[in-house]
Design a protein around this ligand. Structure first.
Ligand code: DX5
Ligand code: ZN
Length: 220
């Protein structure tokens, strides 16, 4: 199943509830929520109060991407404020296995995110413990950046690694996904496509519908 996950980082924050409702009603499977701490990444976005408020406007799946150092400190709070999927960066976790177990113990789905330069080898022993792997296709920290071309090979390699082991781990791609790259990442084997600036432009509902049509062509 292919899923579109609009990133609210590029939404109009003065009308956040409306923006979320619009893309959810247009058929977006997940709402992608980027939390940045100004330490793991160079920018600061938003945290629990915003997620708690957003939770009131929709039942959509909240796909929370934690770009924060040592996420264990805050996982129970993020679980309590309405996250459904909690994705942590392998680079930000000293004890990744323990972090994934903590997320599961909170009753949430666990994702592992990797920066573009991080080797897939870090997944070697924990792949079975993750529900999803998020491959960053830009360096995390900002919306609206350009897709890094070598990431296509990485998506393909991860797809082979997952199928080779007979697993059903979802592959999420995040960064620079839009008109010029959507087919390329789908062909490489991505399941969940994050799109921020490409969706929250002039016509978010129209863009979601347009992308869902493309996703449908790649449905197995
Ligand atoms: C970047 C975030 C992304 C971002 C994507 O650090 O993780 O989710 O919102 O934005 P676009 O789709 O504009 O590249
Ligand atoms: Zn993200």
């Amino acid at each position: 199943m292919k899923i579109l996950a609009p990133s609210i980082l590029s939404a109009d924050f003065t009308r956040l509830g409306e923006e979320i409702r619009t893309v959810a009603q247009a058929g977006a499977g997940y709402i992608h929520i980027d939390v940045m701490d100004g330490d793991f990444v160079p920018s600061i976005s938003f945290g629990m109060p915003v997620i708690r408020a957003a939770r009131k406007v929709t039942d959509a799946v909240f796909d929370v991407h934690l770009m924060i150092s040592d996420p264990d400190r805050y996982l129970p709070e993020f679980a309590a404020c309405g996250a459904d999927i909690l994705t942590v960066h392998a680079e930000a976790c000293t004890h990744l296995d323990r972090t994934l177990a903590l997320i599961h113990s909170l009753g949430k789905k666990a994702g592992v995110a990797l920066n573009p330069a991080t080797d897939l080898k870090v997944l070697e022993y924990v792949l079975d413990e993750a529900d999803m792997v998020l491959l960053m296709t830009v360096n995390p920290g900002f919306g609206g950046q350009k897709y890094i071309p070598y990431c296509t090979r990485k998506i393909r390699d991860l797809r082979n690694m997952i199928s080779g082991r007979g697993l059903h781990t979802a592959i999420e791609v995040d960064g620079g996904i839009g008109d010029a790259t959507i087919r390329e990442v789908l062909e490489a084997g991505a399941d969940v496509l994050v799109a921020g600036s490409a969706v929250f432009g002039a016509d978010p509902a129209g863009k979601v519908k347009e992308y869902l049509k493309i996703l449908g062509e790649y449905e197995a």
